[in-house]
Design a protein around this ligand. Structure first.
Ligand code: AHM
Ligand code: MG
Length: 294
């Protein structure tokens, strides 16, 4: 079996890039250990005005401290912090992250994860310029799904904490699952038309409320994850920098696509670190259908 470090080397990832991926991947154990004593919401809100879960702030502080101590990272942009944190000025790479995506599901013990993107230089770049993207899923297994621009591979942590390859050359099939955020009566624009169309064509609804877990299902079974606009949230809910870009990069590397309903989100250069975007991500055919809907 191929381990994560072996795979990264085969893909030509340099030592710094491979070390950052392995270092964050290695935080799965302490993050899992912290779930049991961090079950509640904290008395704080993040920059998007959302109430933070104790695990949001715990994992943000933990990963940021680990990266600061490593000397490997220039900047960190986190969903849980107002501003970009400057770390080692001479380091080659910067990290964007949602330290704990799906955190409302921790106390009901559904799958949550850590989403990470890595850029050379600063954090504020278009998603297409990512040098790597990956996510760790804390499900029945701890898995790490990664791309360094050479396709997508999935690893699972063994009992010794080593990430062993489960699957290489992952390709999103033209499947029939969909998950949509928001409230059906509040969906705006062409979203309802699109959902009606795919339901009529046999699409089946599966939505957990954890973007990273819902995407992992789409990655392997095919279909689409969507978070549409509403009156209250005209740009949807998800954040371009921390969530949509890393996941969109992985989707494209797996032969799928990502869009705001009109065009790919990977070309958007962020103007604001917490900016939101409407998102459709998954099988190529599904994204073509939403873009063709008027
Ligand atoms: P989070 O980063 O605070 O967990 O928020 C993002 C989450 C996504 O994981 C998920 O898909 C979405 O919010 C769920 O929102 P909703 O409950 O509105 O469907
Ligand atoms: Mg999130």
């Amino acid at each position: 079996m191929t381990t994560l470090p072996e795979y990264l080397k085969e893909c030509g990832a340099d030592d710094e890039l491979a070390s950052i991926i392995s270092l964050i991947g290695a935080q799965a154990a302490p993050i899992r250990d912290a779930f049991i004593s961090n079950q509640n919401y904290a008395d704080s809100t993040n920059s998007s005005g959302e109430t933070q879960a104790e695990m949001d702030t715990w994992s943000d502080t933990h990963i940021t401290n680990v990266l600061a101590a490593s000397g490997l990272v220039r900047e960190v942009a986190s969903e849980e912090r107002d501003d970009i944190v400057k770390l080692s000025e001479s380091a080659k790479y910067s990290v964007v992250m949602d330290p704990l995506d799906g955190s409302s599901l921790i106390k009901v013990n559904l799958c949550v994860g850590t989403i990470v993107g890595i850029y050379e230089g600063s954090c504020m770049q278009a998603g297409k310029d990512l040098k790597a993207a990956f996510y760790v899923l804390y499900g029945p297994m701890t898995t790490l799904t990664v791309s360094v621009g050479r396709g997508v591979a999935i690893f699972a942590q063994d009992k010794d904490g080593v990430y062993q390859m489960l699957k290489n050359h992952v390709k999103i099939p033209e499947g029939n699952l969909y998950g949509s955020g928001g409230v059906r009566t509040e969906w705006l624009g062409k979203h309802a038309k699109f959902v009606n169309r795919i339901e009529n064509e046999g699409a089946k609804n599966r939505y957990s409320g954890s973007f990273v877990a819902d995407f992992h299902q789409i990655l392997q079974y095919g279909g689409v994850y969507a978070y549409p606009p509403s009156e209250k949230q005209p740009n949807g809910k998800l954040r371009l920098v921390f969530e949509v870009n890393p996941i969109g990069f992985l989707a494209v590397q797996a032969g799928g696509a990502v869009s705001n309903g009109t065009k790919t989100t990977l070309d958007i250069v962020p103007e604001e670190v917490h900016q939101r975007t409407i998102v459709y991500v998954g099988s190529h055919g599904m994204i073509a259908k939403i873009e063709a809907t008027e």
